[in-house]
Design a protein around this ligand. Structure first.
Ligand code: NAD
Length: 493
């Protein structure tokens, strides 16, 4: 985790501070967007800069205050204020490297707009999404980026209206969006609907058509919750691991997949199948992410008994050797990995594994943190030729019909999923960290929804916890602004 960074509720001041602290954006936790180039001409100086944390390609001439900016990283160019169009950026000729670099990012920071599709779904989905939407609106009001929010139906809610778990029109919106935020689907109300229209079919279609092959599940144990874990405090306190699960291949999708009559009973077959490219691309995601973390990857498979494990081991080793030799790689058998996860989970940084093992290992890791209501996730697709990745962010939990409509749901997993979107889809690392700190603050204040309630803590509703996150965001932002102003104030001699 990076250190604290200034953040101001004043958009202009915030932008300036974002610029001043851009090194952290570029180096600390870079988003998974593509490597792009930003060319900036400032007076007679031309700089070409590799911008692999980058969101966009920007060509900016600022010598005579002519700005041409092109964003092809999934960003739209918003209308600039008249003042901006006509503004002259003073004294750029001969400006030093730092000034030119700051100017480039200042332009970029001011030019970020994102389209987000919100799919609340069923059960507690709409309740936790409502709090997440309030957080997004807070960032719209207080930050320099603008989110255009559109909401639609999915799951049982879509079935009730349209007779399908997701319509073609909604799918099209998902394909066009910069990212999708998904709540949860399902519930007993739809137990009897035809199999192909069951609520979960909406999520599966989204995963399939957005080609979301990489599922990222962080398991982070907030200090305030360390005693809520089934494991001892010293085993989980400070835990921060990331499971990268292959999501579109393996035994869940392999053919044949059938039950046949044998004459002497039945025979069931699932097929575990992986091709080289599927292993290569998930390995790259894991190594890339590790570079922004503790730089360690464990690759889990069962090469001792499975041919897919043999290929997995071979391909991951080659990708590591050829492209990521700076990252530490260890191979581990998946069963041993499960055991080590509950014995001493802090030994792990990033774990990359296949669909089946990932399903099991990530649920085991989930419980280390105390509650399903705390766990966000991200599912990412491949980069297109413009460096955009399709992405869907969702809490790990389901629709929790047992508590739906009672105001008891913990919104942190959903809000944390937005935090992942800020980090991985939009490169808004400062904002993601601010949100992380706001959540940690709320927990440190002793506020708890029922699922994480403990003796001596204060029980709050979904809405109250959401409001506490907003208050903590504002408080953290004020604190950061104060620190930044102090740092900028002239020092008396
Ligand atoms: P669940 O995750 O909905 O609930 C399991 C338990 O955890 C319940 O006791 C629930 O009250 C609690 N819980 C879950 N999220 C919580 C939160 N944010 N705050 C507080 N408590 C929370 O799993 P389930 O009960 O097995 O499934 C219920 C429905 O959800 C089923 O229809 C299932 O198919 C569906 N489901 C959907 C998804 C999804 O949309 N991605 C994932 C899992 C399950």
């Amino acid at each position: 985790m990076n250190g604290l960074k200034p953040f101001s509720p004043n958009p202009f001041f915030h932008s300036m501070m974002s610029v001043l602290h851009f090194p952290n954006l570029c180096q600390g936790s870079r988003p998974l967007r593509s490597r792009k180039q930003a060319n900036v001409e400032c007076g007679d100086a031309t700089e070409a800069s590799r911008h692999d944390g980058g969101l966009k390609q920007a060509n900016v001439e600022c010598g005579d205050a002519t700005k041409a900016s092109r964003h092809d990283g999934g960003l739209k160019i918003p209308p600039l204020d008249k003042g901006w169009e006509n503004a002259r950026v003073p004294s750029w000729n001969g400006a030093d490297r730092l000034q030119r670099w700051q100017a480039r990012h200042l332009m970029e920071v001011f030019l970020s707009e994102f389209n987000l599709l919100l799919l609340p779904g069923d059960g507690i989905g709409p309740e936790v999404m409502a709090e997440t939407r309030r957080v997004l609106e807070w960032f719209n009001t207080h930050g320099e980026h603008q989110f255009h929010l559109e909401e639609d139906l999915v799951g049982g809610a879509a079935y009730d209206v349209h007779g399908v778990a997701i319509t073609d029109a909604t799918m099209e919106k998902a394909l066009q969006a910069d990212a999708v935020l998904f709540g949860a689907v399902g519930g007993p109300k739809w137990d009897e609907v035809p199999y192909e229209h069951r609520p979960e079919a909406g999520l599966l279609r989204l995963r399939k058509e957005l080609q979301l092959f990489a599922n990222l599940r962080p398991a982070i144990c907030y200090p305030a919750l360390a005693d809520g874990s089934p494991l001892k405090r010293e085993v989980v306190e400070g835990l921060d691991i990331l499971i990268v699960r292959e999501l579109t291949g393996g035994v869940y999708f392999g053919e044949p997949k059938e039950i046949t009559e044998t004459g002497n009973g039945k025979r069931a077959v699932d097929t575990q199948v992986y091709e080289t490219y599927e292993i290569e691309r998930i390995a790259r995601v894991a190594f890339d992410l590790a570079r922004k973390r503790a730089n360690r990857v464990h690759s889990a498979e069962k090469r001792n008994v499975m041919m897919t494990g043999v290929l997995w081991h071979e391909v991951v080793s080659r990708v590591h050797e050829e492209e990521f030799p700076d990252v530490t790689l260890e191979h581990i058998l998946a069963d041993n990995c499960a055991m080590q996860l509950v014995r001493w989970p802090k030994q792990f940084d990033v774990i990359v594994t296949d669909n089946l093992f990932g399903d099991i290992l990530s649920d085991a890791a989930a419980m280390l943190t105390g509650s399903l209501g705390m766990l966000p996730s991200a599912s990412l697709g491949a980069e297109d030729d413009k460096g955009r990745r399709k992405a869907l962010y969702e809490p790990v939990h389901g629709s929790a019909p047992d508590i739906a409509g009672k105001g008891q749901a913990n919104p942190i997993a959903m809000i944390g999923s937005l935090g992942m979107a800020l980090r991985y889809s939009f490169g808004m690392v400062q904002e993601a960290e601010l949100l992380d700190r706001a959540i940690a603050d709320v927990l440190a204040q002793g506020l708890r929804t029922a699922d994480i309630m403990a003796e001596g803590m204060t029980l709050v509703s979904t809405r109250e916890l959401g409001q506490a996150v907003l208050d903590a965001l504002a408080a953290q932002a004020r604190k950061d602004a104060g620190q930044a102003q102090e740092a900028l104030a002239p020092k008396s001699i």
